[in-house]
Design a binder for this molecule. Structure first.
Ligand code: COA
Length: 511
């Protein structure tokens, strides 16, 4: 059993507090946050301390539930089931393009090495990566060392000539640190011998922000153009692209840009499959303090309007996510990079770790095709065993596949429903309605029902019916009314399964 050291430290209110609570030297706790190469435990709480932590947590009434132990892959059954669950995600992401932005703080952090390993892992799984880094803390350090004045208005720094020189230094050293660590991770961990190159370049053309409300931002700029072609050529050559937040205008002037804005511009222009914004904040939480797993762009806009601090990390990232979504990026993820492994959890597990923002809640709702057969089978089998659905073989589903609609999320079929037509009676049967238990109460069932209703209407049907043993109330609440067997099409009456004794419900469709 393993715990993430950083989270445990945060939970106890800092290294000193934790050291006191469990009667250890603060230096010992520090060591947990260092990588193994630097003599630490690689961000993991050693098992010898677990007992003391549990006792201290009990004493101080601290819940450790959020810090679920990292997967213990040593147990073969756990490993197999974890592996089976992960493979569909690996397949779904292969060949896709992700733009990932992270702040300069991530480079100074003890988890920096782990983050670079995560990027190397994604690359090894065939994901095309564009990484965009920030430089704020590095620049601030240089400004403090140089002892010069710097003005920040809201969240924007006025980049004078002097500050620009320091920004060039900060960007240079930061980029080199990232390249060096990433090179080490690529070479050592997952794809040794692979000759993956990290490319940087003038992919972004910048323009000055100019004078806003009487303030001249000088060398602070914004994105004017993205060289999509060159980015794609480098990605197709299997390279990882690393973009710094400094860019040039056609006149050769240099501008200091916001990393997240650069990432959004790139993701938009190459129509990336995902934009992942690694944030510095804690997760986006709902009123119950649970992580908001998924919101639509509209909901994100409403949320943004409720936030008071327009310069907060949350506000700026959420604003960027909304802009990317409005400009056509289908999936934007806000992931707390301070959680060790959060990126992998978000991409390769059903529960995720962060928040997915998309224009449409279920943009992958569609007519099923033959490749979905196994996914549908996996979804409905447990429900058949519980008597909720009638038995269907894989052959039945294959033959009937054109009647099915599904919602797919990152390669998993989460929802299915079928429409069987009875054109002579102007009726359709809604069949095999199923939502994966892990995805219920997210209105997927309702959404697919409305898709099926629209399909029925388009086919000229005026009523749909459903036969159900245990779910009649769900349908009654959605406009169905109780009916009798005699109300069904003749051929259906003859096939009615007397042993199941399902309720008959009918809904009148309106245009
Ligand atoms: C019924 C089912 C399709 C609903 O899917 P869903 O995506 O969770 O549905 P929605 O999000 O649109 O609606 C969720 C609401 O329905 C309620 N609900 C779920 N099952 C219900 C049932 N059997 N009876 C009454 N209400 C039910 C939930 O409690 C929730 O209510 P809330 O929002 O007040 O909490 C899903 O629960 C399922 O797959 N059930 C097992 C298979 C089944 O029974 N299929 C129908 C066979 S004909």
């Amino acid at each position: 059993m393993q715990w993430d050291a950083k989270n445990i430290i945060e939970k106890f209110g800092g290294i000193k507090a934790l050291a006191e609570a469990i009667g250890k030297d603060p230096a010992t706790i520090y060591r947990w946050t260092y990588s193994k190469e630097k003599g630490g435990t690689g961000g993991i709480v050693p098992s010898s301390a677990a007992h003391l932590i549990r006792q201290a947590a009990n004493r101080q009434n601290i819940s450790l539930i959020e810090h679920a132990p990292l997967a213990d892959s040593t147990h073969p059954h756990q490993f197999i089931s974890w592996f089976r669950r992960t493979v569909p995600y690996i397949q779904a992401h292969r060949g896709k393009t992700f733009v990932i932005s992270f702040n300069g703080e991530a480079i100074e952090d003890t988890l920096f090495s782990e983050l670079m390993q995560d990027f190397a892992l994604l690359n090894s799984l065939g994901i095309q990566l564009i990484l965009v880094h920030g430089i704020r803390p590095q620049l601030e350090e240089k400004i403090a060392q140089a002892n010069i004045q710097s003005t920040v208005v809201g969240h924007l720094r006025i980049t004078t000539k002097g500050i620009l020189n320091l920004a060039k230094e900060a960007a240079g050293t930061t980029r080199v640190s990232i390249e060096a660590e990433l090179t080490r991770c690529l070479a050592n961990s997952f794809i040794s011998n692979a000759d993956v190159k990290i490319t940087s370049g003038n992919f972004i053309t910048a323009k000055p922000l100019g004078i806003l409300e009487g303030i001249d931002y000088q060398h602070t700029g914004e994105v004017r153009k993205v060289d999509t072609n060159s980015l794609k050529i480098n990605l197709h050559a299997g390279q990882i692209i690393l973009v710094s937040p400094l860019a040039y205008s056609p006149t050769g002037d240099i501008f200091n840009l916001r990393g997240e804005e650069v990432a959004t511009a790139i993701a938009t222009s190459i129509q990336a499959d995902k934009l992942i914004l690694l944030t510095e904040q804690t997760e986006l939480l709902n009123d119950n303090k649970d992580v908001v797993k998924q919101i639509t762009t509209k909901q994100a806009e409403a949320l943004l309007n409720t936030l008071d601090d327009e310069n907060s990390d949350l506000y700026l990232h959420l604003r960027e996510a909304i802009a990317a979504s409005q400009r056509g990026v289908k999936r934007i993820h806000l992931v707390n990079r301070k959680l060790n492994g959060a990126l992998q959890l978000e991409l390769f597990t059903r529960q995720g770790s962060g928040t997915l923002i998309s224009t449409h809640p279920f943009e992958d709702a569609r007519q099923a095709n033959i490749e979905d057969t196994q996914g549908i089978m996996a979804l409905i089998k447990p429900l058949e065993l519980r008597g909720l659905l009638s038995q269907r073989s894989a052959e039945n589903i294959e033959q009937d596949i054109n009647s099915f609609h599904v919602i797919e999320q990152d390669g998993l079929i989460t929802t299915c429903a079928a429409l069987h037509e009875y054109p002579e009676e102007g009726m359709g049967e809604l069949a095999c309605v199923a939502v994966h238990p892990g995805y219920r109460s997210g209105e997927r069932g309702e959404y697919l029902l409305s898709m099926i209703e629209n399909k029925a209407l388009a086919k000229g049907l005026s009523r749909i019916f459903v036969l159900t043993t245990q779910t009649s109330h769900w349908f009654l609440e959605r406009g169905f009314i109780a009916a009798s067997l005699l109300d069904l099409p003749k051929s259906k009456q003859q096939n009615y399964n007397q042993t199941r004794r399902s309720h008959v419900l009918i809904k009148q469709l309106s245009t």
